[in-house]
Ligand binder design. Structure first.
Ligand code: SF4
Length: 63
């Protein structure tokens, strides 16, 4: 699993950080998403899938 984050689409809502705080953070500059673990381990993948689903801007995808 690899996480793709489109920072042009991200609106800084922070849902991903609330859902998977070990994997996502937000830029202190503009609040856009930072991916801390682009290839998350198995134990965190369920939370990552939820984060992709709850992102209101569709900025996150998986490959
Ligand atoms: S949930 Fe989506 S819009 Fe919100 S910070 Fe994360 S990637 Fe950006």
């Amino acid at each position: 699993m690899r996480i793709n984050a489109d920072t042009d689409r991200c609106i800084g809502a922070g849902m991903c950080v609330l859902t998977a705080p070990d994997v996502f953070d937000q830029s202190e500059d503009d609040g856009t998403v930072l991916v801390l673990e682009p290839e998350p381990p198995e134990a965190r993948r369920a939370a990552v899938r939820r984060a992709v689903q709850v992102c209101p801007s569709g900025a996150l995808s998986l490959s």
